[in-house]
Design a protein around this ligand. Structure first.
Ligand code: GCW
Length: 719
């Protein structure tokens, strides 16, 4: 009899396997647990539930638990009032007052508001599992964590989990325009259906909120930093309020970008000068109007005096003057300002690497308590690899928010499989030496100085209306990794990738290991076939996809970034050059400054290097550069081989999706390699070393290849 049951179980599991999946369910698939032992032990432990609900957040949590039980365990959530062994007890000291007298209450009180514990405990004489938190949102996070344990086939015996996020504000930045397009978005159009909001609330908004809450994201900045003042008009604010209503039960606050010229554009004033009393009053009134509609509104994100956006400098004022004016308006309501440090002059032949630091460093300590200065991870602009932004480590008296990019603007859009967890980790674990050894970017974000108790991280979203949300299925992993690192910036990118593979594909080692391998090699592969050894910004000037190291016109030139000549390549940013190295603290500064010590991954970022320079490997620079380009393409081929061996082991729909994208990636990687090697060869005059196949076509041929059209270039449309 037992054998027959096991057999039937296995058949059901196989049937499950053949069902195609389109990726919509993300990492919340809740597929039936296909391990008979775990399946029955999970069912036993969850047979009865005590979960009193008195808020929308708790209801959202209970719904999630209900769905999770149904999917994972074929189990109806059954509530009880009488405590028995093997009951799951979920609540706060408020919803389950008996918790107040339990020994674990001390631990709960020590947690921050978003924290929770999951424990196996003896409660009122019974052996139960408790999901306990100080607040309702902590419960929601705890429930997602508990479900994840079962999704990942972990034991739920003897549980002793205590968790709280290390960063307070964990937000997505959507670069969504009001006309439905997304700047640098590659997964369809905006999720926000402005036309039918606020009355019609697409179910997708709830799924978006669930996905974010499941990884701890607690803020959504709805619109593009290249902002439209219209988003602050009364008729648009009610629409934002509609989204806020859907997100609220999931602990997600809505924020908006604030166009600095809004008082002029929609307020009828003749100035937007931040020191003008009329302007200050206009923002105060506007903020009041917003809070009347969205009582838990998060605040503003601002791009000012950068790439043509208006800002306080238009009136001879500083970034601090601008940020503080908005901060003063938001302060009475608990709102905050994210003020971006991505600023540079649109001028040729100026080293833009130094601008952000030069403009912001002198303002350290002059911002209001509710302002974050938000630099990108590196000092240029989301390149495949950059050293960390020198503002991290330079503004001890200002809370800094990190801006990572999740959308793959410069990493092959939604066509290339590039796992960004490794990129994020590389930046977060960089040591700034702000306060001696170990002052990593991560610690600075966590605000070890405790400046105003503020800490934040932002990710430029890769989410759109595509059925699988992110265009490339593996883009989901980057959204997931961002959220997990926002919760704890010291997690390892490898562990996160492993979690994601388990949740997205399978708990079987034969599936986890190969996919993990692909993911972990993918970012380095992209750096190799696009911009190795610290080269950067040689992509197509417009779409930012595809190689264009030859681009050179009056508006934009790639030559400022590679500075290639017959003798050398790279930018001299040492103390004898643009001196960007001096924006870092010792010993980072000396390390970057010294060509012998500079890590080769940043070599051409900081140094001009002769073609015949002997690299630590013993090869010349030219040979090594070529080797990187060829290696990158080989690595994509390896990824293809790994993936092909998974055929039949994962559902066909997702297999074919990834398989055809890998084919596209392979073609584009070879295009990058051949175009770049031939382009640089014109200058080095050196042969492609033996053993490497020669590019099939001439450089002229590669220059004629049209760049894949992409419709995010909406600067021409009304946003
Ligand atoms: O370099 C750029 C991107 C722009 C983007 C800008 C920014 C939103 O190409 O599309 O604008 O960065 O981060 O502000």
């Amino acid at each position: 009899m037992k054998k027959i049951v096991v057999l039937l179980f296995l058949i059901v599991c196989c049937v499950n396997l053949i069902y195609s999946e389109n990726g919509y369910d993300l990492w919340l698939r809740y597929k039936k647990v296909d391990n008979p032992f775990l399946y029955s032990s999970y069912r036993e432990k969850n047979h009865h539930v005590i979960f009193p609900c008195s808020s929308d957040k708790l209801l959202a949590a209970k719904n999630e638990l209900r769905n999770g039980f149904l999917g994972l365990l074929d189990l109806q959530l059954t509530e009880t009032e009488v405590i028995e062994n093997n009951t799951l007890v979920v609540g706060t000291p408020k919803t389950i007052p008996a918790f107040q007298h339990q020994p674990f209450i001390q631990d709960i009180n020590k947690l921050n508001d978003d924290g929770f514990v999951i424990r196996s405990l003896n409660f009122q004489g019974k052996q139960v599992t408790g999901i306990i938190a100080k607040t309702d949102i902590g419960i929601l996070y705890g429930v997602f964590r508990y479900l994840r344990l079962m999704q990942m086939h972990s034991s739920i015996e003897r549980l002793a989990i205590t968790e709280e996020p290390s960063l307070k504000y964990r937000v997505l930045n959507h670069w969504d325009n009001l006309n439905g397009t997304i700047e640098r978005g590659y997964a369809g159009s905006s999720l926000w259906d402005w036309e039918r909001l606020p009355t019609y609330k697409d179910k997708r908004y709830t799924d978006y909120a669930r996905a974010n809450a499941s990884i701890g994201i607690n803020g959504s900045i709805l619109n593009n930093v290249n902002a439209s003042a219209k988003s602050l008009r009364a008729d648009w604010l009610v629409k934002a309020a509609g989204l806020a209503d859907v997100f609220r039960p999931y602990g997600i606050k809505v924020y908006l970008t604030a166009k600095f010229s809004a008082p002029k554009e929609i307020g009828g004033l003749d100035t937007a000068d931040p020191l003008d009393p009329k302007v200050k009053q206009w923002w105060k009134d506007k903020v009041k109007e917003i809070y009347a509609l969205i009582p838990d509104f998060g605040g503003f994100l601002v791009k000012a005096n950068s790439e043509g956006q208006p800002g306080p400098q238009d009136y001879g004022r500083t970034h601090a003057d601008g940020a503080n004016m908005l901060a003063d308006a938001l302060e009475p309501f608990g709102g905050i300002v994210f003020w971006r440090a991505f600023v540079y002059q649109n001028e040729r032949h100026v080293d833009r690497v130094v601008t952000g630091y030069n403009e912001f460093k002198p303002l350290d300590g002059t911002f209001r308590r509710n302002v974050f200065v938000q630099p990108k991870n590196g000092p240029i602009d989301f390149q495949p690899r950059e050293p960390f932004h020198p503002l991290f480590g330079a503004m001890p008296n200002t809370p800094l928010a990190m801006e990572f990019q999740i959308t793959q603007e410069n990493l092959g859009h939604a066509g290339h499989l590039v796992y960004l967890g490794t990129l994020y980790e590389e930046t977060l674990q960089s040591d700034t030496y702000e306060n001696g050894t170990g002052s990593t970017v991560s610690r600075i974000l966590q605000n070890y100085n405790k400046t105003y108790g503020m800490s934040a991280i932002a990710g430029v979203s890769n989410i759109g209306s595509d059925l699988n949300w992110t265009g490339h299925l593996f883009g989901q992993a980057n959204w997931y990794a961002f959220g997990r690192l926002a919760w704890n910036p010291d997690l390892s990118s490898k562990d996160i990738a492993k979690e994601w593979v388990r949740l997205t594909f399978s708990n079987k080692e034969e599936i986890i290991d190969p996919i993990l391998n692909m993911m972990l090699m993918s970012r380095e592969a992209a750096v190799n076939y696009m911009m190795p050894l610290g080269i950067n910004h040689i992509m197509n000037f417009d779409t930012h996809n595809g190689p264009e190291p030859w681009h050179d016109d009056p508006v934009w030139t790639a030559f400022d970034y590679h500075k290639v000549t017959k003798d050398s390549i790279g930018v001299d940013r040492t103390i004898n050059g643009s001196n960007a190295v001096s924006q870092y603290r010792s010993p980072v500064k000396e390390e970057f400054n010294d060509i012998q010590k500079c890590p080769s991954i940043y070599l051409l970022w900081f140094h001009r290097v002769p073609w015949n320079y002997k690299m630590p490997s013993g090869q010349t620079l030219w040979n090594e550069l070529v080797a990187h380009y060829y290696k990158g393409v080989d690595e994509v081929e390896q990824m293809q081989n790994i993936w092909n061996r998974l055929k039949g082991k994962i559902d066909n729909e997702r297999f074919e999706h990834v398989s055809s994208l890998l084919k596209l990636q392979k073609g584009e990687a070879a295009w990058w390699r051949d175009a770049c090697v031939l382009f640089f060869q014109q200058y080095s005059g050196l042969p492609i070393p033996e053993g490497y196949s020669h590019p099939e076509h001439s450089l002229e041929y590669y220059k004629q290849i049209p760049f894949p059209y992409n419709w995010d270039q909406t600067n021409f449309f009304e946003k």
